[in-house]
Design a protein around this ligand. Structure first.
Ligand SMILES: [Zn+2]
Length: 161
């Protein structure tokens, strides 16, 4: 007999206010989701019981259906670490569910990665393959709306010349 039968733990949807740090971070990441994939409903948090008695619940960033992918959020995350952790978890869930890169840099068409810029968690893009088109930080996490505003190429170009 198998000494440890496989558990089928029941997940539960986390109520607002249970994990204030995660709530706050997820609200920021959901802004980016709404800006880039407006047809998607906001992501939410679900929790599974810990594997061991007395262990913390495992909290995941999920779609409303309960679908998620990737590791649980790190329970020991600090206020500063919450946003990058939630952004990465959201990215794993969205990418795996939709089978497409997310979020995508509109300049290069590449999936971006969580990074830090001047102390702010940001979306980083590897840049183009041509010289002079280096890796760059696109926006702070939560500010993709700004980056997705309709382009005004003329105005921008004039400014640069
Ligand atoms: Zn780019």
């Amino acid at each position: 007999m198998h000494p440890h039968p496989v558990r089928q733990p029941e997940p539960r949807f986390v109520a607002e206010g249970e994990f204030p740090l995660w709530d706050e971070a997820l609200a920021v990441v959901n802004r980016d989701l709404a800006a880039t994939l407006p047809e998607q409903r906001p992501l939410c948090l679900i929790a599974y019981p810990g594997w061991e008695e007395g262990e913390d619940e495992h909290v995941h960033v999920a779609f409303e259906s309960g679908y998620f992918h990737g590791n649980a959020l790190p329970p020991e995350a600090t206020a500063a670490g919450a946003l990058p952790a939630v952004a990465e978890a959201a990215q794993e869930t969205v990418v795996e569910f939709l089978w497409q890169a997310w979020p995508v840099c509109t300049l290069h068409g590449l999936g971006m990665h969580v990074s830090e810029d001047a102390g702010r968690p940001s979306w980083w893009c590897a840049g183009g393959s041509r010289p002079g088109d280096p890796a760059h930080v696109r926006t702070a996490i939560g500010e993709l709306t700004t980056a997705h505003r309709p382009h005004r190429p003329n105005r921008k170009r004039r400014k640069k010349r």
